[in-house]
Design a protein around this ligand. Sequence first.
Ligand SMILES: [Zn+2]
Length: 115
Amino acid sequence: MTTCPRCPADQTFRVATAPVGAVWEVRQCGRCWYTWRSTEPAARRDPGHFPADFRMSPQTIAEAPQMPAVPPLAPGVAERGLPSSSSPGADPSGKPSPERAERPAPGAGHQEGRS
Ligand SMILES: [Zn+2]
């Protein structure tokens, strides 16, 4: 198991391996998304040598600013965007959606391979 040099989590996984000779691999952290190649200097791949100023913890990850910041939705987007209910696609009135109502029932209409 490889520990992330930056956060340091044990949730790292291999992203790529050298195509010839497997002389290096690229790993990525599943918590802070830091990515490094096994042949980089110790300050980039070894938790014991990673610069203290650039280390992260679960708290600093949670408090990190959005880069770039996501602006608020434009006026009117919320009304025609995703439904606000917890189940996507569910109609709060319980009626079938027009799209679903126009579809033929299963087994009705043309059936291939029966002519
Ligand atoms: Zn990490």
